[in-house]
Ligand binder design. Structure first.
Ligand code: CAO
Length: 261
């Protein structure tokens, strides 16, 4: 009977704190701005993920000096074709390599939370900042696409997102998400796992730093990318979280990994 009554209890995550109405105008002038539809939907998703997923964030950096030179070169070469080559396609490619190596980062728990469903396809969601709020269009089968193709798709879907043109199929089916604030600034942040996915990469702005390397035996100016990986701790152990972040750094540090794309 005790077990039965426990099973019928509302899960802690479903209990909502009663909201108290506060008259803020008592202390000064205010104005009302209703949330957009996107803000409401995204807010609910984020709240559920925050309540239901025990998440940990692992931080790391990658020395992308060589990769940056390679990117600039590719950017220059594709300028005339009107293709904008940013860092994001490289990150998408690097993540795809790692998801193949760490399949449980590319999984979801089933509805009973008793079985892990590993996906053998690699669809990366990219957080896009729009006037209406945050949206996450998905680029499909990224492992089969070149850096240039990814650059083109990225520009198309982020424009479609900003012009409110995304269809339902374009925001579904993601297996892993990247949130890049690198074009804006800041050092590190802790992204929230995009449920039902189990891990997310947060990318911050790279900057020049003095780096000491055992091989060089001196400090050298290097272009360093800070990033963070948040993951569902029910599916991913801390050791694997650290391995994933370390390996991502290794993939990004070797520009040769991207040369045949
Ligand atoms: N370090 C240094 N520079 C970076 C960088 C990084 N990590 N990431 C991007 N940049 C540079 C780009 O290379 C580009 O410079 P160049 O013109 O010299 O090539 C410039 O910053 C602007 O990039 P961008 O932001 O336009 O393009 P992107 O491909 O990096 O990102 C998109 C595209 C759609 C992800 C981005 O525009 C965006 O919306 N970001 C916000 C996402 C967001 O809100 N996330 C938060 C979600 S959690 O609340």
């Amino acid at each position: 009977l005790y077990i039965k009554s426990k099973l019928n209890e509302t899960p802690r995550s479903k209990i909502k704190t009663p909201k108290k109405k506060i008259d803020f105008s008592k202390w000064g002038p205010t104005e009302k701005k209703p949330l957009t539809k996107i803000q409401k939907i995204t807010g609910e998703k984020l709240q559920a993920a925050w309540n239901e997923i025990p998440q940990v964030t692992q931080f790391n950096t990658a020395d992308i000096t060589d990769l940056n030179d390679f990117r600039k070169n590719l950017k220059e070469k594709n300028k005339e074709k009107g293709i904008k080559v940013t860092f994001l396609p490289f990150l998408i490619k690097a993540v795809a390599v790692l998801l193949e190596k760490y399949p449980h980062f590319n999984s979801s728990l089933d509805h009973n939370e008793k079985t892990l469903i590993i996906k053998n396809y690699y669809n990366i969601g990219v957080a896009v900042d729009t006037e209406q709020g945050l949206v996450v269009p998905v680029i499909k089968d990224v492992n089969k696409k070149s850096l240039i193709k990814l650059s083109e798709e990225l520009e198309t879907i982020s424009n479609r997102a900003r012009n409110k043109k995304l269809s339902t199929s374009e925001i579904k089916g993601g297996t892993f998400t990247i949130s890049s604030l690198g074009g804006i600034g800041g050092s590190y942040f802790t992204p929230i796992v995009n449920h039902p996915e189990v891990a997310i990469l947060g990318v911050s702005k790279s900057k020049w730093e003095h780096v000491y390397n055992e091989n060089w035996k001196e400090f050298r100016p290097r272009f360093v990318l800070p990033f963070s990986v948040s993951y569902d701790h029910r599916v991913i152990d801390g050791a694997d979280g650290a391995r994933f972040a370390k390996d991502l750094s290794l993939v990004l540090e070797n520009a040769n990994n991207f040369k045949e794309q």
